[in-house]
Write a protein that binds this ligand. Structure first.
Ligand SMILES: N[C@@H](CCC(=O)N[C@@H](CS)C(=O)NCC(=O)O)C(=O)O
Length: 221
């Protein structure tokens, strides 16, 4: 199987986390360099974005949440969803909140802060959405040992890259106190950085960020 991914892409990092936890035999590939991803990649990914999984039989699967559900079924050990349907729904609910209500407004804010002209009104709107998402995630989290309590789940694979990006995001936006109201979310860094597979993802993202920032600085000089 092949996974098209970039180290700093949070959606790709969710998939790598699940693959590392399950020891999935995976060849990690990168799309051609450039932001946005060059059009030629559309031959591989119809939506021209990552992550993209190509299965051993050549089937293309896109959308991080679909890819991780596929990996969960195809490689059931260790299970990252509880057996009980209600508990399973609670994990899936958390991952949707993490994706749609925390990561999505954060990515939008990255875009707004990178724009040539500052749109303060939109920035405040998206910070409002983000705070709602963080509050909903915080309310469902445990104080360890994993995101939702005793079992390592898909919630951990989602939270690791999301929590990672908040370190740079807080500096970039100047909102250094952003996570003060969400202590469990904030403290998740120490869970992610102590788990073998999750810390591997964290380290790859840290390396990816160094490369990204050095390229960004070179572009500006
Ligand atoms: N909903 C998609 C979002 C994927 C996504 O937005 N990926 C970004 C990278 S993190 C991307 O490929 N953007 C296009 C680009 O960078 O040109 C998923 O969950 O897979």
């Amino acid at each position: 199987m092949k996974l098209y991914s970039r180290p700093l892409s949070p959606y790709s990092s969710v998939v790598r986390g699940v693959a590392y936890i399950k020891d999935v035999p995976l060849k990690i590939m990168t799309p051609p360099p450039g932001f946005p991803i060059p059009e030629e990649f559309r031959r591989i990914s119809p939506l021209n974005r990552i992550p993209v999984l190509i299965t051993a039989s050549g089937v293309t699967i896109v959308e991080s949440s679909v890819i991780v559900e596929y990996l969960e079924e195809r490689f059931p050990e260790p299970p990252l969803l509880p057996a009980d349907p209600k508990d399973k729904a609670l994990v899936r609910m958390f991952t949707r909140i993490a994706d749609l209500d925390v990561l999505a407004p954060t990515m939008k804010l990255f875009e707004l802060y990178s724009a040539a002209a500052r749109d303060n009104e939109s920035i405040e709107v998206y910070f409002g959405k983000l705070r709602h998402g963080l509050r909903a995630a915080e309310a469902r989290m445990a104080f360890g040992p994993y995101a939702l309590g005793d079992q390592l789940t898909l919630a951990d694979a989602w939270l690791t890259p999301i929590r990672f990006i908040f370190n740079n995001f807080r500096l970039m936006t100047g909102r250094t106190d952003l996570l003060d109201a969400y202590p469990k979310f904030n403290a998740y860094e120490s869970i992610a950085t102590q788990h073998p597979a999750l810390s591997r993802v964290w380290g790859e993202m840290a390396d990816g960020l160094k490369v990204f920032l050095s390229e960004f600085r070179t572009e500006r000089t």
